[in-house]
Write a protein that binds this ligand. Structure first.
Ligand code: GCV
Length: 655
C-alpha cells in the first residue's frame, strides 16, 4: 500500500474503516459479469488490506454480517443503492456498472471515516456519457501533462503491462467514468496508425482492461488518415473512396474491440486537417465518420474548438471568442444522432476565468458535451493549487436562457469530457492535491447537484486524512484556491498574460501581438477586450437576449468578467468603490499574500499528514509563492508604467 499511489482508494489508511471488516469477511455475490468481477475484486482488496487475509465467498446471505452484491432492475443504468444494516451491507445496481459504482462509493466513503448510517445512499448518473480524454502521445509524452510521462505509451508503442492502466481504470470507475479516449486530439504520424493492424491488437488489450471496469475506449483520429495511411488522393468526406475507407476501418476496429466507443476528432483547428480543406462543413465531416461507426453502435465526438490561429492582431474585428458559435451554430440539427459536439466550457481556452461558451443551449437539435480541462494548463500546472470543481460547476449551473429561465448548461448537454491530469508520477497527478480535480470531475459529472464543498471533503478524507481538523483546513485551502490563483494572474477575466506556449508564469504582452487572437489591449488609458454589440466585436449577441443584455451593460455585467467583455479606463469605478487600477494592485498584493498563507497553512498540518503527501505538496506551495510574487511584481509594474497611477497604499511597485 502506498498512500500516494492509492489516491482515494487507500482503504484502511488510518483505521477509519475497521467496522467494515465484519461485513467484508463474507462476500455474497448474487450477480455475475466481468464488471461484477471487478467489483468483487475490489471488495477483496479492501478486506485484504484491513484484515491481511482473503474474504470467504458465500452463496447465501449470512445474518451475522456479510456483503451482498446484486442487480436490481428497478434502478437505472449506472444507478445504485447501498443499504447498511446490522446483518449486512447490500449494494444493488441497475446494471453491472451500477454495482461497481456502489461498491466504490461505499469503500471510498467508509475509508474517509463517514459513519455507517450516512452510507445508506441511492444515486444515479445525471449524464449518460462521462468521459476522460488523454492527451497522450505514442512517444510517451503528454501534451499539457504535468505529472510525468504517459502511462499508456512508451517508445512509440502502447504499454504491454496492464497493471498501471488497470489501477487507472479503478480510479476512474470509482467516480463513475464510463468512457476514455486514449490518445491526444492532436493525432501525429504514429498515432494516425492506431486504427490499423499495426496497433489494434495492442490497443485491444488496453480496451479490455478498461472494459473490466465498465469504461469504453475511444480513439482520436486524424481526418486525413485515408491519405496518410493508404495514399488516397483526398480525405473529402463526400468522396466515395473516402467513405468506404472509413467503413472498412470501422469494421476492422470492431473485430479487435467489439465494444469500441468511437472516434474523437479535432478538425480544422490549430493546423489539424478537416472538412474545410474540401469545401465541406463540420456536419458533413462528422456525419461521414458517424455513418461508418453506426452499424456497430459507435459514436463520433467532434470538437468545437475550431478557430483561426493565424489572425492579424491589427484587425480589431476578428474575435476568437466568437469562433465556436460562428462555426457550429449554423449547423444545428444537421448532425447524425451518433455525433456529439464537444464544447469547451469557455469560448477562449480553459482560462482561469472566462465567460461560459455561448454555444451551450444554442444547439437545441444537436447532442452536446461539455469539455473541461482537468490538467492545469492555464491554472497552475499542478504546481500552484487550483481546485477546479467550483469553476466547472459554475459552467454546468449557468443559465443560458435559450428556452427561458432555467435553461442550465447541465440540461443542455448529454455528458462531459475532461482532459486528464494523470501521468507516470507515483501519485498520478504531479501534485497530490491535484487528485481532488480528477476525483471532483468524476463526481461532479455523475451528479452536478453536488456542491464543490462536499466533493472536496469526500476527496480529502479518503485520499489525505480523515482527521476532522486537518481535513477541514485542507478543504478550505482547496475552496479558496481558484480565487487566489485568479487574483494574481488574471484581472477581471482578461486572461492570457501567460508565457506563450508554455502557459505557466507571467508575460503580460506575450500574446499581445500574436496570431492566436488573445488580446488585452492595454494602453495608457485602460484595458480589456470590447466584445459588446454597441462598440466592440459583437460577441455578446451570441448569447440569448437575457444574457446578451446582462453582458452588454456595464452595470449588470458580472464584475469578475468586466475586462472579458469591456475595454475600460484604469479610473473606472468598481462596485467596491475602488478604481480598476487600484483593484489590479490590490488583488495582486493580496493574491501573493494568500499564496503565502497557503504555504503556512500547509506547514501547520505537517504532523497530521502522511509524510509523502506533505512533502510533495510543500515543495509546490513554495514554488507557488515565488510564482505569485513574480506575477504580482510584473503585473503591478506593467500597469503602473502604462497608467502612471500610483497605488493609493504606497506599496512597493518596481518602476
Ligand atoms: C491538444 C490549447 C492547448 C493545446 C491543445 C488545444 C486543444 O490550445 O494549448 O495544447 O491541444 O488547446 O484543446 O486542442
Amino acid at each position: 500500500m502506498d498512500i500516494l499511489y492509492d489516491c482515494w482508494l487507500a482503504y484502511g489508511k488510518d483505521g477509519s474503516m475497521k467496522w467494515t471488516e465484519k461485513y467484508l469477511r463474507k462476500l455474497c455475490i448474487l450477480c455475475s459479469g466481468r464488471v461484477i468481477g471487478s467489483a468483487a475484486k475490489e471488495l477483496e482488496t479492501a478486506y485484504r488490506r484491513l484484515a491481511g487475509k482473503d474474504p470467504e465467498r458465500i452463496s447465501e446471505p449470512f445474518s451475522g454480517g456479510c456483503f451482498i452484491l446484486r442487480i436490481n432492475e428497478g434502478l437505472c443504468a449506472g444507478g445504485y443503492r447501498i443499504s447498511v444494516s446490522d446483518d449486512s451491507i447490500v449494494v444493488e445496481g441497475g446494471d453491472e456498472n451500477g454495482v461497481l459504482y456502489g461498491v466504490f462509493r461505499f469503500l471510498v466513503l467508509a475509508s474517509g471515516g463517514y459513519s455507517p448510517e450516512s452510507l445508506n445512499i441511492t444515486e444515479k448518473p445525471f449524464f449518460s456519457l462521462r468521459m476522460i480524454d488523454q492527451w497522450d502521445n505514442a512517444d510517451g509524452s503528454v501534451e499539457r501533462g504535468y505529472s510525468g510521462a504517459s502511462i499508456f505509451y512508451e517508445k512509440d508503442r502502447p504499454v504491454s503491462d496492464m497493471k498501471r492502466l488497470t489501477d487507472y481504470a479503478r480510479l476512474l470507475s470509482s467516480v463513475g467514468i464510463n468512457a476514455i479516449c486514449i490518445n491526444n486530439v492532436n493525432v501525429h504520424k504514429t498515432e494516425t496508425y492506431f486504427i490499423t493492424e499495426k496497433f489494434l491488437p495492442d490497443i485491444a488489450k488496453i480496451a479490455d482492461a478498461f472494459s473490466d471496469y465498465g469504461i469504453k475506449l475511444y480513439l482520436s483520429v486524424n481526418f486525413a488518415a485515408p491519405m496518410e495511411i493508404d495514399g488516397l488522393p483526398t480525405a473529402d468526406p463526400l468522396d466515395e473512396g473516402v467513405i468506404n475507407w472509413w467503413k472498412c476501418r470501422a469494421e476492422n476496429i470492431y473485430i479487435h474491440i467489439p465494444d469500441f466507443g468511437g472516434f474523437l476528432v479535432k478538425a480544422d483547428s490549430e493546423n489539424r486537417p478537416g472538412p474545410y480543406s474540401y469545401g465541406r462543413d463540420h456536419a458533413e465531416g462528422a456525419n461521414m465518420l458517424a455513418a461508418a461507426l453506426k452499424p456497430f453502435g459507435g459514436n463520433v465526438i467532434w470538437r468545437c474548438f475550431v478557430y483561426n490561429c493565424h489572425v492579424d492582431w491589427r484587425d480589431r474585428h476578428t474575435d476568437r471568442a466568437m469562433a465556436a458559435y460562428s462555426n457550429f451554430k449554423p449547423l444545428d440539427g444537421k448532425f447524425a444522432d451518433n455525433v456529439y459536439l464537444q464544447i469547451k466550457n469557455g469560448p477562449m481556452d480553459f482560462q482561469i476565468r472566462e465567460a461560459v461558451s455561448p454555444l451551450f443551449g444554442a444547439m437545441s437539435d444537436t447532442n452536446c458535451l461539455c469539455e473541461f480541462q482537468i490538467t492545469q494548463e492555464y491554472t497552475g500546472q499542478q504546481i500552484d493549487l487550483c481546485y477546479l470543481v467550483p469553476m466547472w460547476k459554475e459552467c454546468l449551473d449557468f443559465d443560458t436562457y435559450h428556452s427561458g429561465k432555467g435553461s442550465l448548461v447541465s440540461r443542455n448537454v448529454l455528458g462531459a469530457a475532461g482532459v486528464s491530469n494523470v501521468g507516470s508520477d507515483l501519485c498520478w497527478t504531479g501534485d497530490p492535491l491535484a487528485g481532488a480535480n480528477l476525483y471532483g470531475y468524476g463526481r461532479l459529472v455523475f451528479d452536478p447537484g453536488l456542491s464543490a464543498e462536499q466533493i472536496a471533503e469526500e476527496w480529502v478524507r479518503a485520499a489525505v486524512t480523515a482527521d476532522n481538523e486537518a481535513a477541514g483546513t485542507i478543504c478550505r485551502m482547496l475552496l479558496s484556491s481558484r480565487e487566489i490563483y485568479e487574483s494574481y494572474t488574471s484581472p477581471l477575466g482578461v486572461g492570457w498574460m501567460v508565457t506563450p506556449h508554455y502557459h505557466y508564469g507571467v508575460d503580460v504582452d506575450g500574446y499581445e501581438y500574436s496570431p492566436w487572437g488573445t488580446y488585452h489591449y492595454s494602453d495608457r488609458n485602460g484595458m480589456g477586450a470590447d466584445r459588446t454589440k454597441a462598440t466592440g466585436t459583437g460577441y455578446t449577441a451570441q448569447y440569448a437576449s437575457h444574457n446578451e443584455e446582462m453582458y452588454e451593460d456595464l452595470s449588470t455585467c458580472p464584475e469578475e468578467l468586466l475586462l472579458f467583455f469591456h475595454h475600460l479606463p484604469y479610473t473606472y469605478m468598481l462596485k467596491s468603490g475602488k478604481t480598476l487600477i487600484q483593484h489590479i494592485y490590490d488583488s495582486h498584493f493580496e493574491g501573493s499574500e494568500k499564496a503565502e498563507e497557503l504555504l503556512l497553512q500547509w506547514r501547520s498540518l505537517k504532523e497530521k499528514l502522511p509524510a509523502e503527501i506533505y512533502s510533495e505538496a510543500e515543495n509546490r506551495f513554495e514554488k507557488q509563492l515565488l510564482n505569485s510574487r513574480q506575477w504580482r511584481d510584473v503585473i503591478n509594474t506593467y500597469f503602473f508604467r502604462k497608467s502612471g497611477i500610483d497605488d493609493i497604499h504606497g506599496r512597493k511597485i518596481f518602476r
